[in-house]
Design a protein around this ligand. Structure first.
Ligand SMILES: [Zn+2]
Length: 149
């Protein structure tokens, strides 16, 4: 498994924890009537969505995946600043690794056989096997020596 994908999975797990922690804080805050507590739900969902984006990026890999991981990391830290810091770091490291991944060079074997035309079965020799005279199309006997062909 690629290092960037491992980091993305770990980042996603931490991101989910961060999101859940923020949501729980939000729930406690709402229960106690704290102002602005309900906005924690929105931040929690940003972190969780960011985690999903990040892990998806880790699965995709390379340039697109690396960019997705960076976006996911930023979303995690925007959502739950301190909680989101760990997934942010993991996603950023993984994203940078993914961005530096070189696309797998696909060595295509030289197509040895594709160029060779499928040889069609030769129509019976157009020359007499006995005397070598050229035969007419559908001739059953050589017109020169009379040998059956
Ligand atoms: Zn002949």
């Amino acid at each position: 498994m690629r290092a960037s994908f491992v980091l993305a999975i770990i980042g996603c797990i931490f991101g989910f924890f961060a999101g859940i922690a923020a949501a729980l804080l939000g729930a406690v805050g709402v229960a106690f009537g704290a102002s602005g507590a309900s906005s924690l739900y929105a931040y929690a969902s940003i972190t969780i969505v960011g985690s999903i984006v990040g892990v998806a990026g880790g699965a995709i890999g390379k340039k697109l995946g690396g960019v997705l991981m960076l976006v996911g990391g930023v979303m995690a830290v925007v959502g739950t600043s301190l909680f989101g810091l760990l997934p942010f770091i993991l996603f950023v490291i993984g994203g940078i690794i993914a961005l530096r991944e070189r696309p797998a060079v696909s060595l295509q074997p030289p197509s040895q056989y594709s160029e060779v035309p499928t040889s069609q079965p030769q129509v019976a020799s157009r020359f007499c096997s006995s005397c070598g005279a050229s035969l007419k199309e559908r001739a059953t006997f050589c017109s020169s020596c009379g040998t059956k062909v």
